[in-house]
Design a protein around this ligand. Structure first.
Ligand SMILES: C[S@@+](CC[C@H](N)C(=O)[O-])C[C@H]1O[C@@H](n2cnc3c(N)ncnc32)[C@H](O)[C@@H]1O
Length: 259
């Protein structure tokens, strides 16, 4: 008999978090209206958030690595911010910076989070587009050990955000791309994987994120360029180019092997 791994309930997943973070996140994931900057309740758009599994992965990463400074691009309602702040709370150190030029679109809900958690001293909000904000951080010599990219999700913007973030990421630091379900983000991750030898990719059991860790200096010559392919596209292309009768035969063999 095959035994299935027991499923962890949504509330159980959040159980390692301190009570205030857990209860706010449960309320947000349940889609309960949240207070905006004017103190008025607003309903949430249910797709604008990271999953509990992604959030707990970020929390655990920050618990293990104890970063002094973390950064995220894309605040929205502040789901990811809550996990970063929970880790800072439990570590007893750190400051989290969130960059988002459109907080008013989200009624200022994300911006309120730090106050709700009593963590205003450990939170900085920058109301600016990611690209100028990242350049300004570099001008000031700021570094961030963990950088979470969850901004506007266009391929070219995600590549620029990674490139600028790499300048702010110390050796051993982490850059995480969210939303690997999107072709644009998968392509950006494929570019990094093939071209940025100063970063290694780490596999995680959590879906929808690509995780890169800085392991060296960027010593590429000025003419450097490696072709890059999204493995998902490659699989689709191979499937499309394989004649139907061969695909059927491969499926039949696969079925036999499974029996
Ligand atoms: C998917 S949401 C982020 C969700 C958030 N990380 C969470 O888990 O709750 C994307 C966010 O990126 C912001 N955004 C869009 N364009 C941006 C840009 N150029 N720079 C920074 N943030 C941007 C949007 O306003 C939105 O808040």
């Amino acid at each position: 008999m095959f035994s299935r791994k027991p499923q962890t309930s949504p509330v159980e997943i959040l159980s390692p978090l301190p009570e205030v973070f857990r209860s706010v996140l449960v309320s947000m994931y349940n889609g309960e209206p949240q207070l905006g900057s004017e103190g008025e309740p607003h309903s949430l758009d249910g797709v604008v958030r990271i999953s509990r599994e992604q959030g707990m992965w970020l929390y655990n990463l920050c618990r293990e690595t104890r970063p002094k400074a973390t950064l995220e691009i894309g605040l929205a309602y502040g789901f990811s911010t809550a996990y970063f702040l929970a880790a800072i709370h439990d570590n007893g150190l750190g400051c989290h910076t969130a960059v988002d030029p459109f907080q008013s679109h989200w009624h200022g809900i994300g911006r309120r989070q730090a106050k709700r958690f009593g963590m205003s001293d450990n939170f900085r909000f920058i109301e600016e587009k990611s690209q100028p904000a990242l350049v300004h951080f570099a001008d000031r010599g700021e570094i961030f050990e963990v950088i979470f990219i969850d901004g506007n999700h266009r391929f070219d913007d995600a590549c620029v955000e990674f490139t600028l973030s790499a300048e702010l990421c110390p050796m051993g630091g982490w850059i995480i791309l969210d939303d690997m379900w999107m072709p644009a983000i998968r392509k950006a991750a494929a570019f990094v994987r093939s071209n940025r030898m100063d970063f290694e990719e780490l596999k995680t059991p959590v879906s929808n994120i690509a995780v890169f860790r800085r392991i060296g200096e960027d010593i590429r010559p000025w003419y450097h360029y490696e072709e890059f392919f999204d493995p998902f596209d490659m699989r689709r292309l191979i499937r499309r180019l394989t004649p139907a009768f061969l695909r059927r035969r491969a499926k039949a063999i696969e079925r036999c092997v499974r029996l």
